[in-house]
Write a protein that binds this ligand. Structure first.
Ligand code: G4P
Length: 532
């Protein structure tokens, strides 16, 4: 892509010009709308190095395919690449609706920052909090965007309080809205006092019009804007309480810069693009499984964070998405899989990016590359060139749904087993077993119930072996050890199973069930899993 723009660019220099992030939000907060608006307000680029020259064209809001066609950009369920002020923005998609599952969380292992999108009328909602918790666990810096400021909502200061209380982060608004929710005139740049007045273009099909004023010019009297006085007062109040942006605490996951926007009208979105360039961190040398950082300029390495199957049922096709961690990816290179030690030739695989499957010729740290028909790859696999490296395993998230799985037709046992093994390797489902149940009777564990439907569908379609799933009453899992396991297994309603990585999990009916046991048996080892 940018090889053309920057012919001699090394991996570290290219990485410095990259921001890889995801948007986390509750359904309906406006993630798709914001994604479209970011694309409209930035320069969409395509991996092979061509900038599609149709940026002036309007995008059909809420019509992905139409947008792809109109603007020639590639949008996929995995990632989208944009360019703003000479910086490449990799926006990774976190599927957030009905298919909300472990897959969603794993995407967060491949980003360097997250945009937490909040609906101004609703404040922080459950799914946002779940995703936020994963980010916090991984130390991912968070930029907060309060969306839908064009329609009535909560008060700005109230929302700031709520962010502080719910997330424990220090909210540090970088911009402050002029006008209450539903009456969005523009925003103050809190550090300088400069003002940006914004006006949506009719129909909201083009970028908003913006007018900039210095702090001296921007007085309520000069502009006939009484709301400006309130905004300044509130901004000063925030300053007095120390709520000013601090890059160090932001990167450390202690504070979160806050911006206001109305994505549907593109209001405040250009400012957010600037913020991503200015504030979001660029890819850094990632620690390997031993905790040693691998230099960005070291030979190519990447890890697999997502496997998507069955996109083309006729070909049983599998697309593995890898995030480049070091070096330069070039199409046709031969790499090694750290898990198997075997060479992995990319010579004959097509490389894809997005639904349109354009060929990726070159990619740098922070970029995402989709590899077609990479059946040898599993979730979490590291690929490297020349200098061996293995990245830490991806986190397994705390399952909340459990079901015993059996083949509907015992004559198809072999296919059933193979199917379950395959789906586990792809990270579609976690598989637990115990001697009590028999190792051929797996318990499937999911963070979202949709995962079971995917398993059922794929076993039927791809392995011709329907499953009988019998839900268990448990809804909570804790990590335990051998010595606690024996005692736990004897308690009413508790079941102990082994995950395929050897971790023992104790399952409980619910929080109260667990609490009751924890209270009376403090010696037991019961560690929370990565909360999701
Ligand atoms: P999601 O991906 O997070 O689920 O949200 P999505 O973008 O689909 O937005 C959910 C609804 O919120 C959509 O309305 C969308 O137009 C609206 N929306 C998003 N951003 C803003 C905003 O800044 N201001 C206002 N007023 N509305 C916003 P819908 O009625 O469900 O769909 P549609 O008919 O508008 O497409």
């Amino acid at each position: 892509m940018t090889a053309e723009d920057h012919p001699a660019e090394g991996a570290a220099a290219a990485a410095a010009r990259r921001r890889t992030f995801a948007i986390i939000s509750h359904p309906d907060a406006g993630k798709s709308t914001l994604t479209e608006s970011l694309a409209l307000n930035a320069r969409a680029i395509e991996e092979a190095g061509h900038i599609h020259g149709k940026a002036g064209r309007s995008a059909t809001v809420s019509d992905w395919m139409g947008m792809e066609k109109d603007r020639g950009i590639s949008i996929s369920s995995a990632s989208m690449q944009l360019e703003h002020r000479g910086t490449v923005l990799n926006l990774l998609d976190t599927p957030g609706h009905a298919d909300f599952s472990e897959d969603t969380y794993r995407v967060l292992a491949a980003v360097d920052a997250a945009v937490m999108l909040i609906d101004a009328a609703k404040g922080l909602e459950p799914q946002t909090m779940k995703l936020f918790n994963v980010c916090r666990h991984r130390g991912i810096p968070i930029i907060t965007v309060i969306n839908k400021w064009d329609r009535p909502g909560l008060e700005a200061l109230e929302l700031i309080d709520e962010i502080r209380e719910e997330t424990g982060l220090d909210p540090t608004p970088v911009t402050w809205p002029v006008g209450i929710a539903g009456d969005f005139h523009g925003y103050l740049e809190r550090r300088t006092g400069d003002l940006t007045l914004i006006r949506a273009t009719p129909g909201g099909r083009r970028s908003a019009e913006e007018e900039h004023f210095s702090a001296g010019e921007a007085t309520p009297e000069a502009l006939g804007l009484p709301e400006l006085a309130d905004a300044r007062e509130e901004s000063e109040l925030l300053g007095a309480s120390g709520a000013d942006h601090d890059q160090e605490t932001f990167l450390a996951g202690i504070s979160t810069p806050v911006f206001f926007a109305a994505a549907v009208r593109h209001l405040g979105v250009p400012r957010l693009l600037d913020a991503l360039v200015e504030l979001a961190p660029s890819p850094e040398p990632g620690p390997d499984a031993e905790g040693e950082p691998r230099s960005l300029d070291a030979p190519f390495s990447a890890f697999t964070f997502k496997i998507q199957s069955g996109m083309d049922a006729a070909h049983r096709d599998r697309l593995a998405f890898v995030r480049v961690c070091s070096g330069v990816f070039r199409r046709g290179m031969t790499v090694t899989s750290a898990r198997t030690g075997r060479p992995f030739s990319m010579k004959y695989t097509h490389l894809a990016f997005g639904r349109t499957r354009e060929v990726v010729d070159v990619a740098y740290p922070g970029d995402v590359v989709g590899i077609v028909n990479a059946s040898a790859l599993r979730i979490g696999d590291t690929l490297y060139e020349a200098q061996p490296v293995e990245y830490p395993p991806l986190p397994r998230f705390a399952p909340e749904y459990f079901a015993v799985a059996r083949p509907a037709d015992m004559g198809r046992m072999k296919q059933f087993r193979r199917g379950v093994e395959q789906l586990e390797a792809e990270g579609v489902i976690q598989v637990l077993r115990s001697e009590v149940r028999g190792t051929h009777v797996p318990v499937l564990a999911a963070v979202g119930p949709m995962q079971f439907e995917v398993v059922d569908h794929r076993l039927r379609e791809e392995f011709r072996s329907s499953a009988k799933l019998e839900p268990l009453e448990h809804s909570l899992a804790r990590a335990t050890d051998e010595s606690s396991a024996q005692e736990l297994a004897g308690l009413a309603g508790v079941e102990v199973l082994e995950r395929s990585d050897g971790q023992l999990l104790a399952l409980f009916r619910d929080r109260w069930h667990l609490l009751g046991i924890e209270r009376t048996r403090t010696h037991l080892r019961l560690d929370p899993l990565v909360a999701a």
